[in-house]
Design a protein around this ligand. Structure first.
Ligand SMILES: *Cc1c(COP(=O)(O)O)cnc(C)c1O
Length: 352
């Protein structure tokens, strides 16, 4: 808090509040180094990060997953991009490339898979499909800060990956986002898009938007970044503790080999929706807040252009409950929560 106030005072002393100020530059450099990525562009939020990416790649027809936050298909539909859902894998909760028909692959020009809860998609399979059908791959990597796959950041996969730096995410700038591009030319293009499509002479070269990150937001990012090693190590520890206490009684998302989980979320998979509802009510009695993340499965709403039902996504969505996970949580808290979870499940299972 003190550090933040000092940085805010610095911003006013400089009188440079936004438009590529020194804190935005410093945060960009810190993140590039920490994540091991080159073409990282900070933006105003994770939703606009996706929309800017669609403009860079000229996306008109996209395939995405219904087991995600509303921002994923919403960012597509709001840009008038035709959207179809592909179902998910029941183990990883990620888009299952095998559920996409050849016809759909020919129809689409982009795939927008989500690394759900920071868990890597089948990146090789998706890459191969994209090459074969000339599709762009835009990963919604909103949950993937500090997720690693085969010893490198998960943000390195696809034509680009987008981050959300919203206050609820593992690393944040209050509101914010980032796009990590594979190619420099795409990065340069996006840099103009987020600043109204202006060129160096400040003349509009094409139609863009305003998606810049302010100095206040970047300052918050720099403050949180001071603690990033503690945050990731502590959360991974909590994640492992939860798993070791609950593995006999609940299901977990399946993580592939060579993956480092970032402990962003603590989802558990229950047997059915009644059990889930019973448990979340039970935990409420002990002031333990849970979240149904993601519920409902977005194919069931009829809001987005896709009308195809995704039965696996609906089944998983009905049964996933996220337990408390945040950096101030202690191991004792986790032990207490797991005790109440096991009590609640015993109570439910004995009475049904
Ligand atoms: C949080 C989130 C977003 C949106 O990010 P904002 O920064 O809130 O706009 C997009 N996709 C997923 C999967 C998210 O969880």
């Amino acid at each position: 808090m003190d550090l933040y106030q000092q940085k805010i005072a610095d911003i006013f002393a400089r009188n440079r509040l936004t438009n590529s100020g020194p804190y935005e530059k410093a945060l960009t450099e810190a993140l590039q180094k920490y994540l091991g990525v080159e073409y990282l562009l900070l933006v105003a939020n994770g939703t606009v990060a996706l929309q800017v990416a669609y403009q860079v790649f000229g996306v008109k027809k996209a395939i995405t997953t219904p087991f995600t936050f509303a921002a994923t298909p919403g960012s597509l539909s709001s840009q008038n991009i035709e959207t179809r859902f592909a179902d998910i894998c029941p183990k990883t909760f990620n888009l299952d490339p095998q559920t996409i028909s050849n016809k759909e692959l020919q129809w689409a020009d982009a795939l927008v898979p989500v690394h759900v809860f920071g868990n890597p998609c089948k990146v090789d399979q998706i890459d191969a499909l994209a090459k074969k059908h000339q599709l762009k791959v835009i990963y919604d990597a909103a949950h993937c800060f500090a997720s690693k796959y085969r010893n490198k950041s998960l943000l390195n996969f696809g034509d680009c990956a987008t981050l959300s730096l919203h206050a609820t995410k593992l690393f944040h700038t209050v509101e914010g986002g980032a796009i990590i591009f594979k190619r420099k030319s795409d990065y340069e293009n996006a840099k103009k898009i987020i600043n109204f499509g202006l060129n160096i002479e400040q003349i509009p070269e094409f139609i863009g938007t305003n998606a810049k990150m302010s100095e206040m937001h970047a300052a918050m990012g720099l403050c949180v970044f001071e603690h990033i090693d503690y945050i990731t190590a502590h959360r991974s520890g909590l994640f492992n503790r939860y798993q070791s206490l609950l593995y006999k009684d609940v299901g977990f998302q399946h993580w592939p080999e060579h993956t480092v989980s970032n402990g962003a979320y603590m989802p558990i998979l229950l047997k059915n929706e009644l059990e889930l509802l019973y448990l979340s009510k039970w935990l409420e009695k002990f002031d333990i807040q849970t979240r149904r993340y993601f519920y409902p499965s977005l194919d069931s709403l009829g809001l987005y252009s896709s009308k195809v039902e995704s039965s696996v996504s609906q089944s998983v969505s009905n049964r996933v409950l996220c337990l408390p996970m945040y950096s101030d949580l202690s191991y004792d808290d986790v032990d207490y929560i797991c005790g109440r979870v096991l009590d609640g499940l015993n109570d439910y299972r004995q009475n049904t």
